[in-house]
Structure formats: C-alpha cells, structure tokens
Design a protein around this ligand. Structure first.
Ligand code: SF4
Length: 391
C-alpha cells in the first residue's frame, strides 16, 4: 500500500507547469483539511489495508511547509495508517530547501529527497520560469548531502530551446559530481493551457523537433549507462539498489491513495482524482469532520457520489481498461509487461506484438514483452498499437 500527499502551493508558477498548484504560501487551513481526509480514508480497510510501504510528499512545493506543518501531516498518517515505510520521499525546491527543513523531515523518517533542479544553467532556469538559480540548486544538493539523506534524486529537464546533447551531458555530469543516486529526466513538453503552450502555439517559442529530442535522450542514456545508472523507466535512471519504490508501484499498477487537492488514487478497480481546487477542497474537509464511510464492502465511485466528496472524477475501470493500463505502464519500464497479468487480453496483445517482435522493436521472452531503453521514447505509440482492440 502506497500513500501520496499533494502540497499544492508554489511561490510562483513555472511557465511549463501543468501540475495543480496555486502561487501562494501554504494556507494554514490546508493542514487540518488534509488531516481530516487522511482520517476519512483510513476507514476504507477493504481497499487500503496493510502496511504502508512508501510515503511520497510531492507538489507543488512541499518545502514551503513549516516544520510543524509537515510534522502534523506525517503524524496523522502514522496515527491512522500502519506506516513503516521502506521509502519516504519528500520533494523539495532549491530555493526553499533549508537545513532546518532537512532536519525536520529526517526526524520524521524521510530517507529520500527529490530536488527540483531542472538545469544547472541559469539561462535554462530563466526560460523555464523557475525562481531559483543554478547556485541555489547546488546548495540544495549540498544540504541533502550534509545531512546524509540515504537517497538523493534530482529532476532534470531536457529539450529546452538551445539545449544540445553536450549541454545536457554537462547537466548530468554536475549532478553526478554530487554523487546523486537517482535522476529523473523529462523532455520539456508544452502542456495545454500553460504559458509555454501559448508561446509555442503563437510561434513565439520553437521547441526542438523529434530528432533533436531523441538525440539528446540517447546521448544521456549512453552517458548515464556508462556511469552505472540503470534506465529502469523511460524517464528514470538510478544506481542499482536506488530505484524509486513509490513510482514503481504506479507502473506496476498497485493500489495507492492520493491525499490533498488534485491527488489521484487507485484502488485496484476504481481510479479517482480529488478536486483541483484548493479552496473547495479545504472547505469540504474542514466542514465535514467525522464523515463516516457507510460500509466497507462497496463501489468507491458510488460512495464518493453519495457523500459528495470533493473529487473531479471517479472511474470504475473495465477489465479491458485495466489490461490496457498494465501494458501502457509496464512498457515504460525495463521489466516490461507480463502477459500472464493480462488475463484474456494476453492473446490479442501478443497477436499485435508479433510484428513488432519480428521487426526487433519489441523483445519477447518468458511470456514477457519489453522495450530496449533506446526505443522507450516510442512507448506511448507502441502501447496504443498493442491495446487498440480493447481500449
Ligand atoms: S515548482 Fe514544480 S509544481 Fe511548482 S510551478 Fe514549478 S514545476 Fe510546477
């Protein structure tokens, strides 16, 4: 069982960001609302029973929380769930990650810190609309190292205008000089509705084309592999033994609960998302203390509807959709897709996969299909081809 907690506040919105967060300090009322939501979901034993293996506090900007606020959140999770996480990650941003915050989260049991570096070049950071400098990123990693976090991960963005394979490798080299054990590397994408998307649409910004993106990705893949990093997922690279267990849970289609405004959850059958509206989220959970789950044997979507929970959507997945998600998520990883996990959908997937196996695009062995790392940028396209009969 896995828990994600969303902190939807940032000092300022980055111009490429499509995650839900509001440009504001942390609203004091958010904490009691979150605590009440944590209490509420702990009643759903049928879905979320068992030990919590991973806890991930993400955002937004969790490092905007005060020591007291994050302590109250984690204490509530410990009070209401069986929490003995093998992995407890906190996302931090360079400008707000302080020694005091590092001490606070370590004392709560955090053993992994994920730092939103994005680039060690100030011109890239300015383009992205980040509010920190490269120097602040270096300081943030130094803080994490000084306080001996067992796992330090950094986020890096590539495919920024002006980026070259050489500049990307320079970024990665600097990260590795700090002995980080995990790198998440994402291509800059113009998500609809963001200022970046608007600029791309109106021609004010030209992003690198597919070939240039692929060239940068392959250069990074080669470099990181030569440095001992395993490309265990399309965007994630880690030294052996330092894979992110929480994210693996998503890709392995395991149950997780997302708490906080706009957080997503998956019960094994239903998938739902909390409202991306922090004010409504707070109002509901502050006004509905003591909300009880009527029974434990139920369809979550019906209960959510009956209780008027502050959610954007709840979808009960068909068997076909579950199989399709397993293919789409599994193909992102080095473990690929176990056909036996797809039940009656294994056969149509295998049928569609045959031509790709024959052409050397997909690998097949031991009733498992997977993509070599250098083909993983094609994951979405290939996955759609495999599941089109039953999506
Ligand atoms: S700090 Fe992260 S969550 Fe906040 S606006 Fe920037 S990219 Fe989005």
């Amino acid at each position: 069982m896995h828990i994600y907690i969303h902190i939807p506040f940032c000092r300022r919105k980055c111009r490429y960001c499509a995650f839900y967060s509001v440009p504001s300090r942390v609203d004091d009322e958010y904490i009691p609302a979150l605590v009440n939501e944590i209490r509420f979901y702990s009643q759903i034993y049928d879905i979320f029973s068992g030990d919590c293996d991973t806890l991930y506090i993400g955002g937004g900007t969790p490092s905007l929380l005060s020591a007291d606020q994050i302590s109250e959140i984690v204490s509530s999770v410990k009070r209401y769930f069986r929490l003995s996480p093998a992995e407890f990650t906190v996302e931090v941003n360079p400008e707000s990650f302080t020694p005091d915050f590092a001490v606070a989260i370590l004392s709560l049991g955090a053993n992994r810190v994920s730092i939103g570096v994005q680039s060690f070049f100030d011109d890239d950071l300015r383009f992205l609309g980040r509010i920190h400098s490269a120097e602040q990123s270096r300081r943030a990693i130094e803080i994490a190292r000084t306080y001996n976090f067992p796992e330090i991960s950094v986020d890096i963005i590539y495919a920024i205008p002006g980026m070259t394979p050489k500049k990307l490798l320079e970024n990665l080299k600097i990260a590795l000089e700090y002995s980080v054990v995990h790198i998440s590397m994402y291509a800059l994408t113009p998500e609809e509705g963001t200022p970046l998307w608007q600029d791309v649409r109106t021609g004010r910004v030209a992003l690198p084309g597919e070939d240039a993106v692929s060239e940068q990705y392959l250069a990074a893949l080669e470099y990181l592999s030569a440095c001992g990093f395993v490309p265990y997922e399309v965007s994630n690279f880690a030294l052996p033994g330092h894979f992110c267990r929480h994210n693996i849970a998503y890709w392995e289609h395991r149950r997780y609960i997302g708490l906080g405004a706009s957080a997503h959850s998956f019960s094994g059958k239903c998938r739902w998302a909390n409202l991306s509206d922090v004010e409504k989220y707070i109002r509901f959970w502050v006004e509905n203390f003591d909300l009880k789950i009527p029974q434990n044997d139920f369809n979550f979507c019906c209960v959510a509807h009956d209780l008027g929970l502050p959610i954007d959507f709840c979808e009960e997945l068909t068997d076909g959709k579950i199989a399709a998600e397993k293919v789409m998520l599994g193909l992102r990883t080095m473990w690929g897709v176990k056909l036996a996990d797809l039940g009656k959908f294994a056969e149509p997937v295998k049928r569609r996969a045959n031509a790709l196996i024959h052409n050397g695009i997909l690998n097949y062995q031991g009733e498992r299909i997977w993509l070599n790392p250098e083909k993983r940028l094609l994951t979405d396209k290939i996955a759609l081809e495999l599941v089109q009969d039953f999506l």
